[in-house]
Design a binder for this molecule. Structure first.
Ligand code: PLP
Length: 395
């Protein structure tokens, strides 16, 4: 049997390669950070990690993880509701709720699971989900698992959202769902307007804060801080795998009854292993750090402003951003790949994205800033961009 399937797969794989869409993985041989070593022996500056606060290799967190291993062991070997909950799991859930100003939190192995397991337990075929067209794949998959009617609105387009909300009035319950920050443009969802429309049309709101939590808002509390709507949305999902240390883990935080119901019915929670104590305990330490000081957010915000200012002054075409994502627009797919390759030769690691990851004719290089970057890293990156930009006649 496998012979036939094997040749089918080989054919499909070669088509992916021919289309130029084959994903090759670059291999890092050092910890994640601003400066990394890759398997070719090259040392490069990293501008494509979600390591927004530079915590992936933070010495305080590394030590917290070691201590937790000694005190709490390596793994839980159980789902939460059988024998997989330690006191620290409950403590981390409370810390996350405090951070977002919500009522309770439920942990998952990943935000992919949080999004995958949030819709189906809460909504039925009597209800409606109204989803931004650029929402993350895990939201799309989660919605697919749920029987609710599906509506889509154009990215951050409030006229379209209103139109969809009007049509959805015939359903029992309505849930509007959006990413807080969209990962390809770095734009922020207009949460003030979304909440206003949701109130007007009697809908609940869910935000995926994976790219915004820890990053957006003066103290990094995410888009609900930025728009001054803390406590006004029903559901927030997020990850421990980006700004918050970068290890692994996801969560849903929000209204108490919603979280209670997810603990009863959410399948990725009920049928998948608990987070390891090391990740949980380090997460607690991380949120304590967030409460003590705003230093990392301040540095990230000033790094982003600095980089953006220099790049705009150099004449690059950049999407408006309020996050730590800076999309340098090149429009042409091949140009985006050539540009990224030349930047790598200059010791700057970034990724060029093109269709189908972004819309046709919207190819770009995505730069992700981090609190781990120093001004000299930023200067070196801008210098490389200018050099390659002139060479390829972009500026
Ligand atoms: C990264 C990301 C996820 C998935 O997070 P994991 O914890 O890695 O599974 C979900 N939603 C959005 C918007 C993301 O950017």
């Amino acid at each position: 049997m496998y012979t036939k399937f094997q040749s089918f797969l080989k054919e499909e794989l070669s088509q992916i390669k021919e289309a130029g869409l084959f994903k090759n993985e670059r291999i890092i041989t050092s910890p994640q950070g601003a400066e990394i070593s890759v398997s070719t022996g090259q040392e490069v500056l990293n501008f494509c990690a979600n390591n927004y606060l530079g915590l992936s290799n933070n010495p305080i967190l590394v030590q917290a993880a070691k201590d937790a291993l000694d005190e709490r062991g390596y793994g839980m070997s159980s789902v939460r509701f059988i024998c997989g909950t330690q006191d620290i799991h409950k403590e981390l859930e409370q810390k996350i709720a405090e951070f977002f100003g919500t009522e309770d939190t439920i942990l998952y192995a990943a935000a992919f699971d949080a999004n995958g397991g949030v819709f189906e337990p809460l909504l039925t075929d009597e209800d409606a989900i109204i989803s931004d067209s650029l929402n993350h794949a895990s939201i799309i998959d989660g919605v697919r698992l749920c029987k609710a009617a599906r509506y889509r609105f154009e990215n951050a387009n409030m006229e379209d959202l209103e139109a969809q909300l009007k049509v959805a009035q015939k359903h029992r319950f309505r849930l509007v769902v959006t990413d807080g920050v969209f990962s390809m443009d770095g734009n922020v969802a207009p949460m003030d307007k979304i909440v206003e429309l949701a109130n007007k049309y009697d809908a609940m709101v869910m935000i995926d804060e994976c790219h915004s939590a820890g990053v957006v808002g003066e103290t990094g509390r995410g888009v609900t801080e930025l728009f001054d709507i803390r406590g006004q949305v029903e559901i927030i999902t997020g990850t421990l795998g980006k700004a918050f240390g970068g290890a692994v883990g996801g969560f849903t935080t929000g209204k108490k009854e919603i979280i209670d119901m997810l603990r009863q019915r959410s399948r990725p929670y009920l049928f998948s292993n608990s987070l390891p104590p090391m990740v949980v305990s380090t997460g607690i330490k991380m949120f304590d750090m967030m409460n003590e000081t705003n230093e990392l957010q301040d540095k990230l915000h000033s790094n982003t402003d600095y980089f953006l200012g220099k790049m705009l002054a150099a004449g690059f075409d950049i999407k408006p951003t309020k996050s730590a994502i800076v999309a340098v627009m090149l429009y042409d797919a091949k140009l985006s790949q050539d540009f990224a390759a030349k930047l790598l030769e200059e010791g700057v690691y970034v990724i060029g994205f093109y269709f189908p990851v972004v819309a046709k004719g919207q190819a770009r290089i995505r730069v992700q800033l981090s609190a781990a970057h120093e001004v000299e890293h930023l200067d070196k990156a801008v210098e490389a961009f200018v050099k390659v930009g002139k060479e390829l006649k972009v500026i």
